[in-house]
Design a protein around this ligand. Sequence first.
Ligand SMILES: C[S@@+](CC[C@H](N)C(=O)[O-])C[C@H]1O[C@@H](n2cnc3c(N)ncnc32)[C@H](O)[C@@H]1O
Length: 281
Amino acid sequence: MALASIQYWGLDRKPFLQRFAMGINSADREIALKTGELYASIWDQFDDAQWAQFSDDHFNKWSPLPKENQEFIKGKICLDAGCGSGRAVRSMLLTGAKKVCAIDMGVGCVRNTEDRNKDQSDRLEVKHASVLKIPYPDEIFDFVHCDGVLHHTTDPAGGFAELVRVLRPGGRIVIAVYGRGGLMNFAIYSARMFRNIIPQGFMFGLMKTLNPDPVMLYALMDCMYVPIRKNYYINEIREWFDDSTFTDVVRMDSIWGPYAYGRWMKGEGYIKFRATKLDTA
Ligand SMILES: C[S@@+](CC[C@H](N)C(=O)[O-])C[C@H]1O[C@@H](n2cnc3c(N)ncnc32)[C@H](O)[C@@H]1O
């Protein structure tokens, strides 16, 4: 049994069968659990004030929910797939969503999302589940959000198909994935070569000792130790938005986009798209 499963079983004491009831194969599940545990360990380092600041920076400076969608979300049923610590969940709840459902493969991420949004718990439902097999029926969400998740999975296009499945006709979707190229990616992939030499736990402890800033810890552990880190060309992602299924497909800018520091640094940047699912009825 892989280390991730042992940690998962030992730390979280979840019913044994739950781990096998996600409808995804064991290789996908092991990778996703390992990824989830890494992020959960990072989110746990943020106290409430640091988390609120980091979330606020994310949505108000770096990667905002599209303005068009902020109005749209009000009174709607939303999904955040790969919710992490519930940053987007909070943003959607405070924007006025009727209900927000969230899923993540990190047990600690589910806990973080619930704890950090407990003042809004009557409108929140969080499940331990994979974006590769979303535990909801077809076409039930008005708004589907998946920021920074698909590129960490074993089947990003399959995950995207799942997001589209649960989105109702006329509903809106926002996804974001890493772009290719640029000096920053070169540096990240150079650093990732060391992850086979420097154990994750050692680096985690070292970072905590040297620099207690959880944002720095997040940046380093995320870049170096996440099991899968795929990068895309903008056109590859644009092609996911099939014209017979979507309209109003727009690539959005963010501070992680190519325009902030130039293509030499960020390459294709952070590729964030919004779109509307066609309502052909
Ligand atoms: C970079 S974090 C982004 C979190 C959140 N979207 C945000 O912006 O704060 C990626 C998240 O995706 C989750 N994740 C990875 N693979 C997943 C999968 N197959 N299904 C659901 N969540 C997954 C991780 O556990 C992690 O919380």
